[in-house]
Design a binder for this molecule. Structure first.
Ligand SMILES: [Zn+2]
Ligand SMILES: [Zn+2]
Length: 671
């Protein structure tokens, strides 16, 4: 249950996903709807008004706001197509210009039902049934359009700027998200407070599309999926993607080494007992791969024996039934039936169930438990790029962002309460160090705390530890000057957590990692250390994974850099291009190549007869970071002409200087 893991693979929220059916909002949530949500939801009403004007026989379902805008679900004979958008948008602008008031009214359940039935609005009739007894059934009217809705809205349709609304796309959606129900047509749109904001958003979407990690991944040959032979959601890293994995892992290893971590290695599976102890089972079972039933050699033999015994007893019972219950051993058929059942149970419980690990923590806890620990051994910082497996619904798999097998930049820090603040501070510093390396200057930490009123229910009942650790976390965040927000009542069950959000170069938000304090699970695993006073104490545990999983983090980096990785990370760092294929020139180029490769630079050569323009175009297309162009003059002067990807020529420099500079830039991981 405990994990420092990027969402949406966060096991503490295993079922949070983009379902087509939105949950009905509570009245409280509605009251808190922010201004933008209110505006967008009002636009859904405006959309329905417009659609009904054009297609009066349309039947309506619901029109909630979403993170990106809003939608409305319709049932009508006409098949919507994007060609309809201008016409619908024009009608929406009319509704906006009419500046209609959103007017609320209350109906009784019977009145509401009669109202919708008389208009053939069958979906609305069914939606009525979802409103809890005792909750007011409110209607909102704008102009001629009346909708079942709990609000809230803007005051008037005129509060929406006509140029700040846009229809986006179409989808089909089952009524209430259930495929047994009729299929409806969903129209998506978005709205902003101003036209400028809408335009900025549209530009961002276009840029994001260009930077889509699946597209760039294919162009650059970074990774592949093979649903037929390997399975959906299981990434195959191609050689160039493998470079990214290796470089990130190297960065993590070096950074962690310098921060006093030790590295461990654990298998990819464990017995059922591990996960009942950790709490993953049974709560998290749906997000794990199904178990493997395994029999050890002696258990297999025992099973054969039991099966034989069972067959004997069945034969005996059948014989007795024929001989009408007369038997010499004093056994009755009832006794035999009971014995057979007992043997069958024994067979069922033979052997063990193994699960693919969904998290590394339990294995690390067992490593902690593998040796006796004293306070002198703490803090113990145990790191591993561990492979985890999560069962995600196939419809929810998404490129590298949502996969079924992932490699996590995991570590567990076991420490005493006194050591906690320093350890936590060091973890934060590590995050900041990584942000700097990747040029992430916009980030936020979301600090989730507990609610004292719900101790023992939603939160483990350790009032002192909660207070103590939350105070320490808060103090560290303030002292480090880290940009953070505090959210009450959203901690994990076993301790406060910090979600780390970053913004990519084009301003897209990602949650890359979750950082958690855990004071419950070490206890469940019986982890102790011998303290100074000779008593056994339970350590605190910090889960952290600043680089998230390779899959998700690389997906993020591809979009962040648009595939134009900094030199240290670039799959092909350097390509040497010769102006022609004359022997002295090629020999000179090969010498440089050999020298760079000896220093572990990923360098290739293009020494053929193609014109230099074509060679450069080729290297640019492959997003090679640095091109070294070599002509006759370079050879004579012992120099190299440097060209950078998407930046152009940088002039000629002495050969030794160029090589030294490349090697230094890689070693320092320059941006
Ligand atoms: Zn963990
Ligand atoms: Zn509404």
């Amino acid at each position: 249950m405990s994990s420092a893991d990027p969402q949406p693979n966060d096991p503490s929220k295993p079922f949070e996903s983009a379902k087509s059916e939105v949950q009905r909002m509570t009245l409280d949530q509605r009251a808190q709807m922010d201004e933008l949500m209110r505006l967008r939801h009002s636009c859904a009403h405006i959309l329905a008004t417009a659609v009904l004007r054009i297609w009066p026989d349309a039947r309506l379902d619901i029109g909630p706001p979403t993170d990106e805008g809003f939608y409305y679900d319709f049932d009508l004979a006409h098949r919507f197509s994007p060609e309809d958008f201008p016409r619908i948008e024009e009608e929406m602008r009319k509704v906006i210009k009419e500046n209609q008031v959103f007017e609320k009214s209350i109906k009784t359940r019977d009145e509401a039902r009669a109202w919708f039935e008389s208009r053939g609005q069958v979906f609305k009739v069914q939606r009525l049934g979802d409103i809890p007894e005792g909750e007011a059934i409110s209607f909102y009217q704008n102009g001629e359009f009346v909708d079942l809705c709990a609000g809230p809205h803007v005051m008037r349709t005129g509060n929406v700027k006509p140029g700040a609304v846009k229809l986006l796309k179409l989808a089909s959606a089952y009524f209430k998200g259930n495929e047994k129900n009729p299929q409806l047509q969903r129209l998506y749109g978005t709205a902003f407070k101003t036209r400028d904001e809408l335009e900025a958003w549209v530009t961002l979407q276009e840029e994001a599309k260009k930077r889509d990690h699946r597209r760039i991944g294919a162009e650059m040959g970074l990774f592949a999926f093979d649903a037929e032979y390997v399975g959906p959601g299981l990434v195959l890293w191609l050689p160039k993607g493998g470079v990214l994995v290796e470089e990130l892992e190297k960065l993590a290893k070096e950074t962690e080494f310098q921060a006093g971590y030790v590295r461990v290695r654990t298998p990819h599976l464990a017995k059922e007992k591990m996960y009942t102890t950790s709490g993953h089972l049974p709560y998290y079972v749906e997000s794990m791969f199904p178990p493997m039933e395994m029999l050890e050699e002696d258990e297999r033999k025992l099973r054969e024996k039991l099966q034989e015994r069972r067959a004997d007893l069945i034969r005996l019972r059948d014989g007795m039934a024929q001989a009408t219950a007369a038997n010499t051993a004093g056994l009755t058929t009832e006794q035999l039936t009971r014995d057979i059942a007992r043997i069958e149970t024994e067979i069922t419980f033979l052997g063990g169930r193994y699960y693919l690990k969904a998290m590394n923590c339990p294995h690390h806890h067992r490593i902690f438990a593998a040796e006796s620990r004293s306070y002198r051994d703490l803090p113990l910082r145990m790191a591993e790029y561990g492979t985890c497996y999560r069962y995600e619904q196939s419809g929810e798999l998404f490129g590298l962002m949502r996969v079924r097998a992932m490699n996590m930049n995991d570590a567990h820090l076991y420490c005493t309460a006194e050591q906690f603040a320093d350890e936590f501070r060091a973890v934060n510093d590590m995050y900041l160090k990584y942000f700097k390396i990747f040029g992430l200057d916009r980030y936020q930490m979301r600090f989730s705390t507990h609610d004292p009123a719900r101790l023992g229910q939603k939160f483990v009942n350790e009032p002192e530890l909660w207070k103590q650790t939350e105070d320490m976390v808060r103090r560290v965040l303030i002292e480090s000057g880290i940009n953070y927000v505090e959210v009450a009542n959203e901690a994990a069950f076993y301790g406060p957590k910090i979600d780390v959000q970053v913004w990519s170069a084009i301003g897209r938000e990602f949650t890359i990692a979750t950082n958690q304090v855990d004071f419950a699970v070490p206890k469940r695993f019986g982890l102790t250390y011998r303290d100074r006073d000779n008593t056994d104490k339970t350590p605190l545990c910090i889960h952290r994974a600043p680089l998230g999983t390779h899959e998700r983090f690389i997906g993020f980096l591809i979009e962040h850099y648009a595939g134009n990785f900094p030199l240290w990370l670039a799959p092909e760092q350097v390509r040497i291009l010769t102006l022609g294929d004359e022997a002295p020139l090629v020999d000179y180029a090969k010498g440089i190549l050999a020298e760079l490769r000896a220093q572990f630079v990923r360098v290739e050569g293009d020494f053929g007869t193609d014109p230099i323009k074509a060679k450069v175009a080729d290297a640019e297309k492959a997003r090679v970071h640095t091109m070294l162009v070599i002509g006759g003059r370079d050879l004579e002067a012992g120099q190299v002409s440097v060209r950078l990807h998407s930046k152009g020529p940088q002039g000629a420099k002495p050969r030794a200087e160029v090589i030294a500079d490349i090697v230094a830039a890689i070693r320092e991981r320059r941006a």
